[in-house]
Design a protein around this ligand. Sequence first.
Ligand code: ZN
Ligand code: ZN
Length: 251
Amino acid sequence: MTDCQHCHKSAKTASANMLCANCRTDYWAMIYQLGHVQLPALRSIMLRQAHIGTPEHTPNKGNAPLPIDTHAQDLIAESEAWLAEQAGKIRAAYAAYDWRKAWYAIISNRHTILNMSTAADDYAALEHITRRNEQALTPEDELIILGTCPKCDSMLTGTPEAESVTCQGCHREWAAPAIKAARDERLWQVRITGTPSDAAKELKRYGLTVSRNLISQWLKRGKLSHATPTKHKRQYVFNLGELAAQLDCHR
Ligand SMILES: [Zn+2]
Ligand SMILES: [Zn+2]
């Protein structure tokens, strides 16, 4: 018995390259998905617009987080490079194929691809690529700010349920819960000036759902000691960390 090189579970039917049966199935589905769904979708996005993600409206300029800015072109280039590399391993001449022909070559050589000595590494590389693609193909309003990369300070975005997140800057992978916890700590340094509704909208970008009514109630009950009124009616300087913490108690 040997361990699968991908999931590290012991595999009874370890093949030559040490991928277990489950991982072989998942790997194959991912390859299929890349050429069948992701690349065509990314290419049509690229034709429609220069890049995905328009900078969002931010209530105050002072500490506006970076806009989500994932370039479809980079993702396409990385996806195509992966396909070309695999196709080239089947036969050197295939490396020069365009992406669609490369993908077809791969799809029609299942046995060769799955039994390649480099399959575990290729699978890991493909996982990173498809995760980034998936993120870019997720409508922007479903993405939240998970936090900041501890290594390179890039903003990390993902879906609210994401378990892990790959940094687009340094390509490192992080556990989402730890990244979010660090983010909530840092929110204490972030202030926003606006109405309870503005504050609620800003929190939503972090995946923190709270209604403007609830924020107004907190204000009335004196629960927000860091919130200070401004000279404008209904406008306050809110501390996002305090709001997040208050929301935490409320849950
Ligand atoms: Zn496995
Ligand atoms: Zn990073």
